[in-house]
Design a binder for this molecule. Structure first.
Ligand code: ADP
Ligand code: MG
Ligand code: MG
Length: 475
């Protein structure tokens, strides 16, 4: 399907309407160097992007099973320990510190076995099939703004801005709106309700751990507003650093806010996924402290660690998968592309050969999150040569997915850019589970996100400035 063909005057009208809608409805973000009162429209596509319905539904169909898989992995301390003990050292600066923090927390004592996963499984299309880019287990973003972009595209279509005849360009039913803004909040509420029931408390709050200077605040706020509106649950926001002065740990290792004396039932991390989120040793100590409180963590350290890229690589082995999922795993496996370790195993040796012989087919990934960390194609051999071979095991080598190109327009800070884009579909999920037994208490799909970027850029981080939030037009 091609995009609407509008005159310059019509397009100007459309973009004007887009900005009004975005600013009226909180489809916004802070720009670089912002002041608290000065958000701007979030970078979005002017039009929704075509996506095959079958593939879209497949992502929904496998989400709960993926939730369960990662819940089971993070409940299997024995297995995780063996894996982390051997590879965490290759990312001593971060993965190693998270693993060390878990061990410290364990020594102090872990009071809360229930963990809350707020996940996002990311895919790109390859020949109309979804292929998994990665599975995120910490601080997944854009669930709030995604719902807003769906609403925006629907509004523009319904108002006739996409045509010169004031009629709809897309059949109404082909533009879905993600329920992520509501459903991710439902997931947080599952955690709060479970805590209140098991601890005999009420009026407990969600503590959102935020980054200092966060620009994607409104995405988070939309979830907080859903939480209050739909569940009557209040949330409070502090940085990891502020934890020291603003909270205290009371009897039974219950966590309280000093200013209000409110008890915290769920700690929701929208920070703590990158080394820069920990500025001082105190921040690391605070992370350990949180882990030892009675509050349910979203995610716990083990749940965060289970989302390491290394673990994604290991889980592409069906034998390993069947350790965690007893039912049929073929639907999960069909979303995998080849991912190799770069170690001394037979597979690792093959990968080392491939990295030098056909680097153009691969992306090299370290154990990091948040975009901007990968090494692509022809850059791989030079990069590998620049570090000792012993350190290669800290990386995984992943086959590149080749998503289709679509024509669209991106609107960013008032400017319209036209080019070919590629898109990445994220499917959200929430799962409440007992880490000591692996028992699943509640498991839900939680809507979706489409992000797009110009096809000539390797990465698609929206907040990082590479991409934008998109919507879907089902084909
Ligand atoms: P991060 O945790 O930093 O988001 P990702 O694994 O999602 O790391 O990689 C970042 C980006 O790199 C993705 O959003 C995607 O645009 C691109 N990318 C990652 N893996 C692949 C792949 N196998 N094929 C094509 N592009 C990829
Ligand atoms: Mg990630
Ligand atoms: Mg990613």
């Amino acid at each position: 399907m091609s995009i609407p063909q509008l005159s310059q005057v019509q397009e100007d009208d459309l973009v004007h309407a887009l900005h009004h809608y975005a600013l009226s409805n909180g489809l916004v973000m802070y720009p670089v160097g912002f002041k608290p009162h000065s958000p701007v429209a979030a970078p979005v596509t002017l039009y929704p992007t075509p996506f095959p319905q079958q593939a879209f539904e497949k992502a929904q169909m496998v989400q709960e099973k993926f939730n369960e898989l990662y819940a089971k992995v993070s409940s299997d301390v024995e297995w995780l320990s063996a894996v982390l003990d051997s590879f965490a050292q290759f990312d001593a600066g971060f993965t190693g510190k998270l693993w060390e923090s878990y061990k410290k927390a364990k020594e102090i004592g872990i009071k809360q076995n229930v963990s809350l996963g707020v996940f996002r499984s990311d895919y790109m299309l390859d020949h109309d099939q979804i292929k998994q880019v990665e599975f995120n287990t910490v601080s997944v973003s854009f669930g709030g703004l995604s719902s807003k972009v769906g609403d925006l595209h629907k509004y523009l279509n319904d108002s006739g801005y996409y045509t010169s005849s004031a009629s709809r360009f897309y059949p109404d039913e082909t533009i879905p709106v993600s329920e992520s803004s509501v459903k991710l909040a439902d997931g947080l509420a599952d955690g709060v309700k479970h805590y209140n029931k098991s601890q005999g408390t009420k009026d407990t709050v969600v503590l959102v751990i935020v980054q200092e200077g966060e620009r994607n605040v409104f995405d988070q706020r939309h979830l907080e507003y859903s939480l209050l509106k739909n569940h009557g649950i209040v949330s409070r926001r502090i940085t990891l650093h502020e934890l020291t002065d603003k909270t205290r740990v009371g009897h039974d290792r219950r966590l309280f806010l000093n200013s209000t004396d409110e008890e915290v039932s769920v700690v929701y991390f929208r920070s703590g996924y990158a080394p820069t989120d920990f500025k001082t040793d105190q921040d690391w100590t605070n992370r350990v402290t949180l882990e030892t409180t009675l509050a349910i963590k979203a995610p716990s350290l083990l749940t965060q660690l289970s989302g390491a890229k290394k673990i994604q690589q290991i889980l592409t082995d069906e034998k390993v998968l069947s350790r965690f999922i007893k039912s049929d795993v073929s639907e999960l496996v069909s979303t995998f592309v080849k991912i190799y370790p770069l170690d001394g195993s037979d597979l690792g040796k093959e990968a080392k050969r491939l990295a030098f012989e056909s680097p153009e087919e691969y992306v090299l990934k370290p154990q990091r999150e948040g975009g901007g960390n990968n090494i692509y194609k022809e850059d791989i051999p030079g990069f590998l040569r620049s570090i000792p071979e012993d350190e290669w095991q800290g990386y995984i080598l992943m086959q590149l997915i080749h998503p289709p190109l679509n024509k669209n327009k991106l609107v960013r800070e008032g400017e319209v850019f036209t080019d070919e884009i590629v898109s990445e579909l994220g499917r959200f999920g929430t799962i409440l589970f007992d880490q000591s037994t692996g028992e699943v208490i509640k498991n839900s799909d939680a809507g979706w996100l489409l992000r797009s970027k110009f096809s000539n850029s390797n990465e698609g981080g929206v907040a990082a400035g590479f991409g934008c939030v998109d919507g879907v037009v089902l084909q």
